[in-house]
Design a protein around this ligand. Structure first.
Ligand code: NCD
Length: 327
């Protein structure tokens, strides 16, 4: 199968073939990144523009480095120092970058739907510009979902990460699922892989409607628990999520201390899981809240640094696949 997807806006409609192409491509870029000269000429002469309307450390830097490793030119836009402060609209800003010869736009915005809106405008204008969603509101964060998938599959077979490896694996997603676009992208990819996904967290942050997010599921493929224990028992992987306090308009938690007591990932809690269990976190981490500080650094359990490292290869793969689609 060949790659046909022009924009990367979400994982809701991805096929298993697409996931596998992406992971094979990311695998070959991971090999490039292990060389002394970590660069290939694949996107030479193309322009990638990072339009991040929300704070970001890893996603933005990761896309920037990925574009550079592919020899593209990269423009970084920061809303605070841009003409947005003078009243320019988002679409006019995008068209300004279009007029400068941008080929790929990576968009992050606190409002769900902004990357889709820019993609629709680029298609309407027949520009050929590809749009990549770098995280939109509480909707999706596809590149994070893909790097998580790649990290999970690579931990099972480093030389040949592929989606079938996750079939039947038990994966707990713990924490602030309500506000998490990462969790939503994870749910799409992991259920497609045939994993058993257990959502766990306080009722205020894990609403029942998540159970109906994916239709056409096999029995018990998506479960929801307000206690952490059933989600952790015999789990192969635990993905813990940041408490997104900047998105909490009401008091959804008694206190951070109590949250840690009930839902924090600790060495003791991991004893409920399979002995080989691995822990992931998309970052940024509230140390000692979602996960105990010492566990974060423990190479035996934590895949958190590998997620960041893999993010570059995965984003190179995304930029490469969409950037060379029509060439
Ligand atoms: C996530 C995000 O921005 O959605 N972070 C990330 O991109 N690595 C998760 C978060 O902010 O908690």
């Amino acid at each position: 199968m060949n790659w046909t997807r022009h924009h990367i806006l979400g994982l809701a409609d991805w096929t298993t073939e697409e996931y596998d192409i992406l992971m094979q491509t990311a695998s070959s870029f991971r090999e490039v990144l292990s060389r002394r000269t970590k660069k290939v000429p694949a996107l030479q002469g193309q322009v990638v523009t990072n339009m991040f309307f929300e704070p970001s450390t890893r996603t933005r830097s990761s896309f920037e480095l990925a574009a550079k490793r592919l020899s593209a030119d990269i423009l970084n836009f920061s809303p605070g120092s841009s003409s947005l402060t003078k009243g320019e609209t988002i679409l006019d800003t995008a068209k300004t970058y279009l007029a400068m010869g941008t080929d790929i736009i990576v968009v992050r915005h606190k409002q769900a739907g902004v990357p889709q809106m820019i993609a629709a405008e680029m298609d309407f204008l027949k520009t050929g510009v590809c749009v990549l969603n770098g995280g939109d509101g509480q909707h999706e964060h596809p590149s994070q979902g893909l790097l998580d998938l790649f990290t999970l599959c690579s931990s099972l077979d480093p030389d040949n990460p592929r989606i079938e490896l996750l079939k039947g694996k038990k994966i707990a997603i713990v924490g602030d699922i309500l506000h998490s676009r990462v969790a939503r992208s994870n749910i799409w990819s992991l259920t497609k892989a045939g994993a058993q996904v257990y959502l766990a967290g306080p009722p205020t942050l894990v609403p029942q409607f998540f159970l109906h997010m994916v239709t056409e599921l096999e029995n018990d493929q998506l479960c929801l628990n307000w206690d952490i224990e059933p989600a952790l028992i015999e789990a192969d992987f635990v993905i813990t999520l940041r408490l997104q306090q900047e998105r909490m308009t009401d008091h959804l938690l008694p206190s951070l201390r109590e949250y840690h007591q009930c839902y924090g990932i600790t060495r003791d809690r991991l004893k409920l899981c399979k002995s080989q269990v691995k822990v992931l976190h998309p970052g940024p981490v509230n140390r000692g809240v979602e996960i105990s500080s010492d566990l974060m650094e423990d190479q035996e359990f934590s895949l958190i640094q590998q997620q960041v490292t893999n993010g570059i290869a995965v984003r190179m793969a995304l930029l490469y696949l969409i950037g060379t689609l029509n060439s």
